[in-house]
Design a protein around this ligand. Structure first.
Ligand code: 13P
Length: 309
């Protein structure tokens, strides 16, 4: 990366300070990447291209290296950065994962930020895992994201009803724990659970996602306690007003997967080109109308092509 390009850390900090958000888009199928990048470029926006471990294990992202290679072909540093999403310490099938090995490989390949997900560990274990990854990422000059609380949805088997989940606050991030967690781990971005749920990746992966709400007062308290940019996972299907409110209250990165995966899968049986078009059209809707992130690259201070300081 050339010296005049802002780092992933700087970009998210810029979004946080400007009370806006950097969207991240998951790529479970390699051909999705090109239309995602093109939509970001065509709207003058900015976003993370992301892959999570489960997307090369359970979908068709291939591997860390395959995603990196495709990013080398279609990525655009004026509009994108490459982020490693969820590498769990314990995965959705309760398997223990060599998360340090996976993240080390991603850093060596050139990923520009990383996430460790220790949310299925007890708090102390999550802190130890998150600190180890923050230290590893920082040694390479990169920011690290971790999760505190439990953003449900990836597990196999039945989920409790959404209303029950929201009313009980089960798995929600605790503000005091967040303060302790950030101090002890040195992580740069914190993924929080405040009513958001992941799109299902098992039996219900083709169903329409439940419309989630967010507990904004809880978010504001976490934000005050943590004092760092917060991340909203499960970005598909959250009521728009809730998202805008969340951005005003500390969310500086939002992760979106299901909203672009389902149109791709629905059209992929006809042709890859049609599926790519479906992803592009959906992306334009998200960037222009839903999140209103047209022109985000300039807001974040990314220089347009050809402009020298
Ligand atoms: P959605 O599938 O709900 O968009 O969630 C994506 C996500 O949080 C990936 O980390």
């Amino acid at each position: 990366m050339s010296a005049d390009l802002l780092s992933s850390r700087d970009l998210v900090l810029a979004a946080w300070r400007a009370r806006t958000v950097v969207p991240g888009f998951n790529i479970p199928y390699l051909p999705m990447m090109e239309p995602v990048v093109r939509a970001l470029r065509d709207t003058g926006s900015f976003g993370f291209i992301m892959v999570a471990r489960l997307e090369w294990e359970k979908f068709q992202a291939g591997s860390l290296a395959a995603i990196r290679k495709e990013y080398g072909r279609v990525g655009d540093p004026r509009h994108t950065r490459l982020h490693l999403d969820h590498v769990p310490a314990i995965d959705e099938d309760q398997k223990v994962v060599d998360f340090e090995g996976v993240i080390r490989e991603a850093i060596a390949l050139g990923y520009e930020s990383v996430m460790v997900d220790g949310s299925r560990l007890p708090l102390e274990g999550n802190m130890a895992a998150s600190k180890a990854i923050a230290d590893m990422a920082h040694a390479a000059g990169l920011p690290a994201e971790a999760e505190l609380g439990a953003v449900m949805g990836h597990e196999a088997g039945p989920m409790p009803s959404y209303e029950e989940l929201f009313a009980s606050g089960r798995g929600f991030t605790d503000p005091e724990e967040a303060a302790r967690f950030v101090k002890a781990t040195g992580i740069d971005w914190l993924s929080v659970a405040i009513g958001n749920v992941h799109g299902a990746i098992s039996a219900a992966r083709n169903l329409k996602k439940v419309e989630a709400r967010l507990h904004i007062e809880r978010l504001a308290a976490i934000s005050r306690a943590a004092g760092i940019p917060l991340v909203l996972h499960g970005g598909t299907g959250i009521a728009r007003d809730c998202i805008l409110d969340a951005i005003r209250n500390g969310i500086a990165k939002i992760n979106i997967a299901t909203a672009i995966r389902q149109p791709y899968e629905a059209a992929a049986g006809r042709s890859v080109a049609e599926a790519q078009q479906a992803v592009y059209d959906t992306m334009i809707g998200i960037l222009r109308s839903e999140l209103e992130l047209e022109g985000l690259a300039a807001t974040l201070g990314v220089k347009p092509q050809g402009v020298t300081p």
